[in-house]
Design a protein around this ligand. Structure first.
Ligand code: AMP
Length: 358
């Protein structure tokens, strides 16, 4: 059998997923189509992913005893969110294969380490940035970078949380106070033309694949809508994705978010070492979707077809949006995906709709 034909993990094997939210749920569903079993590790019982999976272990993410028992019951491990504690990821790797691994997690968990790695190791352009540990650092960085600028916490920031846009000199102290002494970075404010992303993957065998460019529209800092394949395209996005995948020696699906400038140049904003909300459109695009692609990549299967046959518009169902789906469910070329979350909260992602545009 040649290397390319080799299937490393046979159907019937068990894939462990750390994190039991909607991404875990959709990974588990994709894995079951290929004949795998999934085992979910999450602190909460019977969440969106566990509900559709064969096995579940509940425990805190830093409870290494529980983690050990979970890992020993699986053949390969992955994660659905990037805040898995670094110690836990490193521990898992000593027992079983963990994909994409603890190194991409370490990069993605800290905006400063992330931007530095992407700029200096992957050789890909990012927004100008400076490391900030004090008010004095901030004042010096503003002299270098200028205003407006964006101050962001290095860790645990998502959907615009932990961010302050500094427009004038007299906002500097308030911006620093809002960080509550957390280490931060200052970034140049980019007047981008569009926000775009790419979802790509690299397999255990080094095979790579990617989807076309995705255009993203945010509302209140949360992703609202993604459309793909995006027109106009920006071919450079895929080249950048390949550079990042190879520089991380990556296995699995990655998402890379960019600011596209007026002249078409792309700056990487951030990477997500996992399947991503901006890739949900692939579920109804007529090709292998991002969830199956990740499962294929981490089990050593061939990557399959990532060329969409349809243009798809994905809209997130946030909070109460998901209650009135009666009309939507009658609409042609429209597909509803719900996550089975038991309680609705403002800002909580409850599901999404994929509408085939052509
Ligand atoms: P982030 O948490 O870094 O993904 O930022 C959330 C959103 O804030 C992005 O999707 C952008 O809309 C906006 N944003 C973040 N950083 C910048 C920046 N340097 N310049 C302009 N807008 C930004």
């Amino acid at each position: 059998m040649s290397g390319e034909e080799k299937i490393l993990l046979p159907p019937g094997s068990t894939i462990g997923i750390i994190g039991g939210g909607q991404l875990g749920r959709m990974l588990s569903t994709a894995a079951s189509r290929l004949g795998f079993h999934c085992h979910i590790y999450d602190p909460h019982i019977s969440g969106p992913a566990a509900e559709v999976s064969k096995f579940e272990t509940n425990g805190e993410y830093d409870d290494l005893k529980r983690i050990k028992a979970f890992v020993e019951a699986c053949d390969v491990i992955t994660y659905e969110f990037e805040n898995v504690p670094a110690l836990t990821a490193a521990f898992v790797e000593t027992i079983k294969p963990l994909y994409p691994g603890s190194f991409p997690l370490k990069i993605a968990q800290d905006r400063y380490i992330e931007k530095k790695f992407i700029r200096d190791e992957a050789n890909v352009p990012v927004t100008e940035f400076e490391k900030i540990s004090s008010l004095d650092d901030l004042k010096k960085a503003i002299i270098k970078i200028g205003l407006p600028a964006v101050l962001k916490t290095r860790r645990f920031g998502y959907d615009g949380k932990g961010q302050f846009i500094i427009k004038s000199q007299n906002e500097i102290s308030a911006a620093w106070e809002s960080m509550k002494d957390s280490p931060a970075i200052l970034e140049q404010f980019i007047n981008f033309k569009r926000e775009v992303s790419v979802v790509a993957a690299r397999s255990q065998l080094g095979e790579t694949a990617s989807y076309p460019l995705i255009e993203n529209i945010h509302k209140n800092h949360i992703l609202h809508r993604s459309v793909a394949p995006s027109v106009p395209d920006n071919k450079n996005a895929q080249n950048i994705a390949l550079k990042v995948l190879n520089s991380l020696d990556y296995v699995g699906v990655i998402a890379i978010e960019f600011f596209e400038q007026e002249n078409g140049d792309l700056l990487v904003n951030e990477i997500a070492p996992r399947v991503h909300n901006s890739g949900h459109w692939t579920q109804n695009a007529g090709c292998v979707d991002q969830f199956e692609l990740h499962i294929r990549a981490i089990t050593g299967w061939p990557m399959g077809d990532t060329n969409p046959k349809n243009k798809v518009e994905m809209t997130n169902l946030i909070g109460d949006d998901y209650r009135n789906l009666n009309e939507t469910s009658k609409t042609s070329k429209t597909f509803i995906h719900l996550y089975g979350k038991k309680t609705v909260k403002p800002g909580r992602k409850m599901g999404h709709i994929n509408r085939i545009v052509n």
